[in-house]
Design a binder for this molecule. Structure first.
Ligand code: FUB
Ligand code: ZN
Length: 650
């Protein structure tokens, strides 16, 4: 399948235009200032741990020091460089839709510094250049050199595509040439992969962009070599100790690194969630270009393991802070989870790649779920505050006092010492156009209801809709006769399609295949009922509980509107009496829900436990807002899953 260039897609949806403008006008300038340490912002550690870097970013300063433009020491995480690369990618993506000379010159300035920081042999990683030059490519169990290279590649492609300026692309190519020299199955080459996957998917993008198949082969090498020798990382440690290069003697967790066996033999989503999903995305990209049935089977098993057993209703993944990782099946605690924004972003990428191999509704369902919930929740309405961890339940007091929740922030911080999520949010949302349409020969796939205009090689298509607010999508097509595939959303009711100069060829499951004449017009109509969501009873955390969804949005309730959240009981028999009202607040325009429910009378006892209790309750209302908007009104309790009246809670 082929994706369309962002320059050929004009987003007209007010909902998404707002985000594009926010990212361009607020987020990108703000992030640059933070990366340059020009703002007095509160840069917090990602969890309560005094040993973690915090206080400032220093990311651009690290490059300046490596470039010899200033003096000092490297500060921050060993992957701090990637924050800058992701920022450049956001700029590149924005500029692909519309040039902006100011933004371009700001990025050019940063790119000049990066180019100067690169070593003559192509190596580029400020952490190792400044701190441990003798350990380059020798500590892959943690080093992130190739992870950073991956983000550099992605930034370079986006920027070259937008501006035609290839300075960063050449930097990336020189770095990749250096990597190819050092890694491979040849004698004296390193036969191992970076602990943190990312370069694999980026190399496939570089292959697509340059048509140089050595990049695809290198990506295939990194997928193949991982876990081939499960002792690889241990051997690195031992070699460094023996050579007196490092005292580090860590326990290597092969599951965390997805290196317990080769990816093609992996059947479960295990270990660090972002790594897992970047790897899976890289695997799927390879499969789409050079089909490999073992690798594809592994992708499908990993997918199933995630979406049927390990994913939150918001599309969040990663149930634990320990290793920022997946855990066992159905283990989805709502208040200690991780649900890193980057992990949801990576799930979007994985779903999008799998769709391109086999265009099934379930991939679009997950793209939409994760986009409107677990990803959008990553940034505040002001575009300048960011969640790393996205909880489904917050008890503010407990977050302060329980060290087990030291990673659960009750408000989006200004910035984070580990700032992988904020620029990931920016680059992904800025590329939203990419996820709407796909093309395969004369077949066109319209996957997301986002008002937009698309210019294809031999056609134009306009999608007019007020979605996610409105319930109608109008599609106007002109060009060569074409097959269009649409899908009925899984949450929609009363879905109908009317066609003018077009014919429904097939309506199988929720997939609709339509023949478009050279000028066609379609009208899709549906309703967005308020839905009660139940989870598989294997999910212990949600037994006896329900969540609420309307359209693509999962809803939550905040204490501001509903004091003492834990006393509310939802009653599905009242759902049809619920009110949905469009409201405009300073933190967003959204549909608010008022659900008649029961509110349990308070305990009114000092005793913690008693025998003589019978719960009594009275009719009340629960006010709910879309989950992604929580946390924009100050610090307060929040909840997604509510006990259901009349169901037993263990
Ligand atoms: O290690 C790089 C990024 O930082 C990971 O993807 C995130 O989980 C965070 O640990
Ligand atoms: Zn992140």
């Amino acid at each position: 399948m082929k994706e369309f260039e962002l320059k050929d897609i004009t987003i007209t949806s007010p909902f998404w235009q707002h985000y594009l403008q926010l990212i361009k006008e607020k987020t990108i300038p703000y992030q640059l200032q933070v990366l340059k340490d020009e703002l007095a912002v509160d840069v917090q550690a990602e969890r309560k741990d005094d040993s973690l870097p915090a206080g400032k970013s220093h990311a651009i300063e690290n490059f300046k020091i490596a470039a010899g433009l200033t003096t000092g020491e490297h500060f921050g995480w060993f992957f701090q460089d990637s924050d800058v690369y992701k920022w450049i990618e956001s700029v590149g993506v924005i500029l692909q839709s519309k040039p902006d000379s100011d933004l371009e010159s700001q990025a050019d300035e940063v790119i000049d510094i990066i180019e100067r920081a690169q070593e003559p042999d192509g190596y580029l990683d400020t952490y190792f250049q400044l701190k441990f030059p003798k350990l380059k490519y020798r500590q892959l169990y943690f080093s992130h050199e190739l992870y950073c290279a991956g983000h550099l590649i992605e930034a370079a492609i986006a920027y070259d595509k937008a501006t035609g300026k290839d300075k960063l692309l050449n930097v990336a190519k020189r770095f990749v040439a250096n990597i190819s020299e050092h890694f491979g199955y040849g004698e004296n080459q390193i036969q191992g992969a970076d602990g943190h996957q990312e370069i694999e998917l980026a190399l496939v993008k570089l292959y697509d962009y340059t048509k140089d198949d050595s990049y695809l082969h290198l990506a295939q090498f990194f997928i193949d070599v991982r876990g081939k020798n499960p002792n690889f990382y241990r051997e690195e440690v031992v070699a460094n100790l023996a050579a007196g290069l490092s005292d580090d003697n860590p326990r290597i967790d092969l599951e965390y690194l997805q290196a317990y066996t080769q990816p093609k033999h992996q059947k479960h989503a295990l270990g660090h969630a972002v790594r897992m999903l970047y790897m899976a995305t890289g695997m799927a990209k390879i499969v789409a270009r050079d089909f490999d049935s073992e690798l594809y089977q592994a992708c499908l098993e990993i997918w199933d393991d995630i979406v049927y057993r390990k994913m939150y209703v918001t599309g969040g993944v990663g149930s634990t802070v320990h290793g920022e990782a997946f855990v066992g099946s159905y283990d989805l605690p709502n208040d200690t989870m991780y649900c890193e924004t980057c992990a949801s972003i990576a799930l979007l990428y994985f779903a999008y790649e799998l769709f391109q191999i086999s265009p099934k509704s379930e991939y679009v369902d997950i793209m939409e779920r994760v986009l409107y919930n677990g990803i959008l929740s990553g940034a505040a309405a002001d575009g300048k505050h960011f969640f790393y961890v996205n909880p489904l339940e917050v008890d503010v007091d407990s977050c302060y006092h329980n060290p087990g929740k030291g990673h659960v922030k009750t408000q989006r911080p200004d910035w984070l010492g580990c700032a992988c999520c904020p620029p990931n949010f920016a680059r992904t949302i800025a590329s939203i156009g990419r996820y709407i349409y796909l093309e395969s020969g004369n077949e066109l796939y319209l996957n997301l209801f986002i008002a937009s205009q698309l210019k294809g090689g031999n056609f134009c298509l306009e999608q007019k809709t007020d979605f996610p607010f409105g319930n109608k999508v109008e599609i106007t097509y002109s060009g060569q006769q074409k097959i269009l595939y649409l899908q009925e959303p899984y949450w929609a009711k009363d879905f109908s399609v009317t066609c003018e100069n077009a014919k429904i060829l097939q309506h199988k499951g929720r997939r609709i295949k339509i023949f478009l004449e050279d000028s066609a017009h379609l009208v899709l109509q549906f309703s967005q009922p308020i839905l009660t969501v139940y989870s598989n009873p294997e999910v212990r955390a949600d037994i006896g509980r329900v969540a609420i969804q309307r359209g693509p949005f999962i809803y939550c309730a905040q204490a501001a509107d509903n004091p003492n959240l834990k006393y509310y009981r939802l009653d599905s028999k009242f759902i049809n009496q619920a009110q949905a009202v469009k409201v405009t607040k300073d933190f967003g325009i959204y549909t608010s829900l008022t659900l008649p429910c029961q509110k349990v009378d308070t305990w009114q006892e000092k005793r913690l436990y008693r025998f003589d209790y019978k719960e009594t309750s009275s009719l009340s209302n629960l006010i709910m807002i879309p989950y992604y908007l929580w946390g924009n009104q100050g610090e307060m309790d929040m909840q997604v899953w509510f006990p259901e009246e009349g169901r037993s809670i263990p």
